[in-house]
Design a protein around this ligand. Structure first.
Ligand SMILES: Cc1cc2nc3c(=O)[nH]c(=O)nc-3n(C[C@H](O)[C@H](O)[C@H](O)COP(=O)(O)O)c2cc1C
Length: 192
């Protein structure tokens, strides 16, 4: 069975509108893929410090980070659920990436530049944004970052599934956006 890694960066957990969209899509994909879920809010993670950076340089990386990096490197598909924060995604997701971006696992180098080592072909990135900022707007800095990370690790195409203007819509409109975006994501998931 092919492998799916789900990265849940929905800090508001059960209140998250982003996770409401992602949950049925993850459920559907779980029937097609052997699935492992990383719930970042439940993981003891801090940004690298001088001390932990020195440990890494000395070859000591936390076992959980090695395991997660290997899971990402071996995944056929990756799904990321993360709300839109500060024009990008919550910092816990960047911290996760920082920990699992490991030379010899997610990337290596050719002597002239970095080369990705991941086998993933498609990434689905699910998000909701408070402001009226559609995907592709220059103020939206999460999708471009994920494209760049895909180029570093070799993750393939990045498909963004997004709802926006969530904080300036009526409760009814919010529900409609969640339903429509979930349907769109489930349709994409058919051929994911
Ligand atoms: C800490 C924080 C930062 C946010 N920053 C932005 C932002 O920069 N731009 C924006 O459009 N919405 C921003 N929002 C609004 C969220 O993107 C929006 O409410 C989203 O639907 C929240 O997703 P969630 O329900 O999955 O948590 C922010 C919300 C929070 C809590």
């Amino acid at each position: 069975m092919k492998k799916l890694v789900v990265i849940d960066a929905c800090v508001r957990q059960q209140d998250s509108r982003t996770w409401r969209i992602a949950a049925p899509i993850v459920e559907f994909l779980s029937s097609k893929y052997e699935t492992v879920v990383y719930r970042l809010t439940e993981m003891p993670m801090e940004p690298l410090t001088p001390a932990t950076y020195a440990e890494r340089v000395a070859g000591s990386v936390p076992p959980w980070a090695v395991e997660a990096a290997k899971a990402v490197a071996e995944a056929d598909r990756i799904l990321i659920a993360a709300p839109f924060w500060d024009m990008s995604f919550p910092s816990v997701l960047k911290v996760f990436f920082e920990h699992i971006s490991l030379f010899g696992i997610t990337f290596t180098d050719s002597g002239r530049s970095c080369v990705g080592m991941c086998k993933c072909e498609k990434v689905m990135y699910i998000t909701t944004r408070g402001m009226n900022i559609p995907t592709g707007d220059p103020r939206e800095q999460a999708t471009p970052y994920l494209h760049a990370l895909s180029s570093l690790w070799d993750l393939g195409v990045v498909l963004t599934v997004a709802a926006w203007n969530m904080d300036y819509s009526t409760p009814e409109q919010v529900e409609e956006k969640i339903d429509a975006t979930t349907r769109f994501g489930l349709k994409l998931a058919q051929s994911f």
